[in-house]
Design a protein around this ligand. Structure first.
Ligand code: GAP
Length: 437
């Protein structure tokens, strides 16, 4: 983890939140490359979970919602973790993360951890100028509610036929007792969630189909099958709304831990919001004339945990040309930089001019084509390897026709093997197009 965290900071992927003020636990900021990596993960998710399908609708709901939403959803009463406090050092811990409740994990005193009490993880705030009970609201702890409360709006405006789903990406906030492990357990996080509405009798097939889609997404972002594991969550450990949950776990350096979740939420939410709002949320099935509350399958994916797993899975160290090197074997689709173009020498205007033209040509395939004319070419390659750039393209005197049969050819260098090929500019563009398809 230390290696990943340090690379992430050094190369502009992820920085500690509010760092110059000493940080803020549970928050991290994405830097120039991290912001693009994260965006690419989200774009792939949109494509695979929503836009590439005919049965999905996007929503983008407000983070602040009427407090009644969270009363109805059960979060005010039940979205909590067990908290214990040491009477000696006054440190607080999540009781379910401590192996020996008789010993304080911080100061080592015995018998100082008091009784566990339930600590609600929602961030409370006040809406408007009055700070009293009537103005209380919460930062959403999951994006899901924004989709449940808009179920009727989408049905009335888009007239979707069952089964259909709503998809949303957005921030969620949890006042975690013990944020930890870099961007694994955050207080401000981002989720990619689907609420998929089905006839009650059809939940199992939808559950299976989304389970497959989640594995396909894992592969698409570059997580090897051998690192992603399913855990059937037992009844006592499931969230209050779920009748079946599968956790997708990933082999992080700090252990096998939850990556994503797939839950069968039944009609818990629509039913709760129907009762809470007194608005009829039933769906009219025109083929049968029947009215009912659809049931819900929810694939829920944390963006930050995905980015972390992607960085871990992609991180490699090897020996290339007798030198140790570090590289990120990122899938080209999610790599923040798709290729780097370099004139062999920066003080030869004819090389620089040609390289600019090559870059402009490749930017027609994808805009994220970097330019690097600084230092020796080997060092430039290594810099790109470390941020996961799949291809480097070098323009030399042969490109300009010094060897006539090589006119308008360039060197294409592959990140993972360091192998180099001599190709025409059009062939390089085609390679790039294929890698990004
Ligand atoms: N709507 C369902 C839901 O929110 P969850 O299992 O609590 O279920 C879903 O969260 C996903 O959100 C998790 O599998 C994880 O990827 C991510 N997640 C949850 N809490 C997180 C935290 N504190 N920091 C980072 N990601 C988190």
């Amino acid at each position: 983890m230390e290696t990943i965290i340090s690379l992430a900071k050094r190369r502009g992927f992820v920085f500690p939140g509010s760092e110059i003020y000493g940080g803020l636990a549970g928050t991290f900021d994405y830097g120039p490359l991290g912001a693009v990596l994260k965006e690419n993960v989200k774009q792939l998710w949109w494509r695979m979970f929503a836009d590439g399908r005919d049965d999905m609708y996007r929503v983008d709901a407000a983070i602040l919602m009427n407090a009644k939403v969270w009363e109805a959803s059960g979060h005010v009463a039940g979205f909590s973790d067990p908290l214990v406090e040491c009477s000696h050092c006054h440190k607080r811990f999540r009781a379910d993360h401590i192996d020996d409740l008789n010993t304080c994990p911080s100061c080592g005193k015995k018998g100082t951890l008091g009784e566990a009490r339930q600590f609600n993880m929602m961030f409370k705030t006040n809406i408007g100028a009055m700070e009293d009970d009537s103005s209380v609201s919460y930062l959403r702890p999951e994006t899901a509610a924004g989709m449940f409360v808009n179920f009727k709006n989408v049905v009335d405006s888009m007239h979707p036929k069952l089964p259909f789903g709503l998809a949303q990406i957005g921030k969620a906030f949890r006042n975690e007792i013990a944020p930890r492990d870099f961007i694994f357990r955050l207080r401000e996080l981002e989720q990619m969630e689907v609420e998929y509405f089905v006839r009650p009798t059809e939940w199992e097939q939808a559950f299976e189909a989304w389970r497959v889609s989640m594995h396909e997404f894992a592969t698409a972002v570059g997580l090897p099958e051998s690192t992603v594991h399913e855990l059937e969550v037992g009844e006592g450990d499931r969230a209050h709304y779920s009748k079946r949950t599968i956790d997708f776990e990933f082999d992080y350096p700090f252990g096998r831990k939850e990556l994503w979740g797939l839950a069968y939420r039944t009609d818990f939410d629509l039913s709760a919001h129907q009762t809470g709002s007194s608005v009829d949320l039933t769906y009219l099935d025109e083929s049968t004339g029947e009215r009912f509350l659809p049931h819900v399958i929810e694939p829920s994916l944390g963006v930050d945990r995905t980015v972390l797993a992607v960085l871990i899975a992609a991180h490699r160290e090897d020996d290339l040309g007798g030198e140790k090197r570090t590289y990120l074997a990122l899938a080209p689709k999610i790599a923040p930089v798709k290729a780097m173009v370099a004139p062999l020498l920066k003080n030869k205007p004819e090389l620089v001019e040609k390289a600019r033209l090559v870059r402009a040509e490749l930017q027609k395939v994808h805009p994220a084509i970097a330019w690097d004319d600084n230092g020796n070419i080997g060092k430039r390659y290594r810099r790109q390897d470390e941020i996961g750039t799949p291809f480097c393209i070098t323009i030399d005197f042969d490109t300009l026709g010094e060897t006539p049969e090589l006119l308008d050819t360039v060197t294409l260098r592959h990140r993972d093997t360091g192998a180099q090929e001599r190709l025409s500019i059009a062939e390089v563009a085609e390679r790039l197009r294929t890698a990004l398809a």
